[in-house]
Design a protein around this ligand. Sequence first.
Ligand code: PDD
Length: 281
Amino acid sequence: RIAYVNGRYVAHRDAAVHIEDRGYQFADGVYEVCEVARGFIVDMTRHLERLDRSLRELAMAWPVDRKALAIIVREVVRRNRVVNGLVYLQVTRGVAPRDHVFPSPDTPSSLVVTAKRVDPAASARKAESGVKVITVPENRWERVDIKTIGLLPNVLAKQKAKEAGAQEAWFVDPDGTVKEGGSTNAWIVTRDGALVTRPADTGILRGITRTTIFDVAAKLGLRIEERAFTVDEAKTAREAFVSSATLIAMPVVAIDGQAVANGHPGSVTLSLRQAFFDVAE
Ligand code: PDD
């Protein structure tokens, strides 16, 4: 495997950043994960747009310009012969002697890009059985709309899910409403077939997959209600699912050990999944 690190394509096993990289010391960086399907990078434009927003919100410079980054991403995919899989890209505020305040403006941002293959049959199998989620109290900062590499609450929540035999943890506000998963957006399908997901203006990441699912829903004639929903509402919903670049639309079959509907993946979720790649660009 080959990785791109600050201007060089290097063997993945030898790829490394400096010990004074601000990503390493302060989690002072942002990232994107894109899906590669049949050789195409899914929703690349939207991912680069969100990266631009994350960088701007943190007053961080682009490491290379947008066009160059797109070329690097495609080159990493090509060099790793990824037809179906994932691209990871990370930008940090660069390497500088440890000091909390920003380094001098001429410090170049660090850029790392990796790609790996994922067997599409494995995720198809996963969708046939669905995933279980647990709920955890929201304990993250208010700016989770920025895709930063500071993911410790997400790490702890997902580890807790794993220890409970589940695959995802939903962060829940004190009022009982679901924010999102540790690495996914959260959805339910109501009895009358509408898709419900939390508005992305506050307190969640605006998932690229979430946005594309809006397009898919329009194509399938499904109504979307962009509003908060509670854990109780989710437990009694017709279906529940999570979305991300890695999982697309993945059925949720249990919440805190309680089955969602009949405990099997729902047909609306599976039809969204089916139609996704006809709509995604
Ligand atoms: N996670 N919410 C959070 C907290 C996420 O970390 C992610 C993505 C999403 C879904 O966003 P998108 O549809 O753009 O992937 C929502 C990536 C996949 C990760 O951390 O691995």
